[in-house]
Design a protein around this ligand. Structure first.
Ligand SMILES: [Zn+2]
Length: 99
């Protein structure tokens, strides 16, 4: 039997897959708002990026995040989302340090 590794998701930044636990979920809510989903369970269409600045930057700069969410992101929205992902990455790093 295959070992249990938990759900796998593909990072829209680097296109490799990883455990859902190592990825940050970005959600497009039913209201059309795009934001970081820290719970991983918010309703709406989700996309995943690694908790890694290179992946987050690539996902936003190349438009793969917006494509995956099927949403148009204006430059200022993309910048705000980038900041939000950055803060979430910092929180992930703090959690790892405390482990
Ligand atoms: Zn990645």
């Amino acid at each position: 039997m295959a070992p249990r590794t938990g759900p796998e998701r593909t990072c829209v930044g680097c296109r490799t897959s990883g455990s859902k636990l190592d990825l940050i979920r970005i959600v497009r809510t039913p209201h059309g708002e795009v934001r970081v989903d820290a719970t991983g369970r918010a309703p709406g269409r989700g996309a995943y990026v690694h908790a890694d600045r290179a992946c987050a930057t690539a996902a936003i700069a190349r438009g793969s995040l917006a494509r995956s969410l099927r949403v148009g992101l204006r430059a200022e929205e993309a910048a705000r989302l980038g900041d939000e992902i950055e803060r979430e990455i910092e929180r992930e790093i703090e959690r790892d340090v405390r482990r």
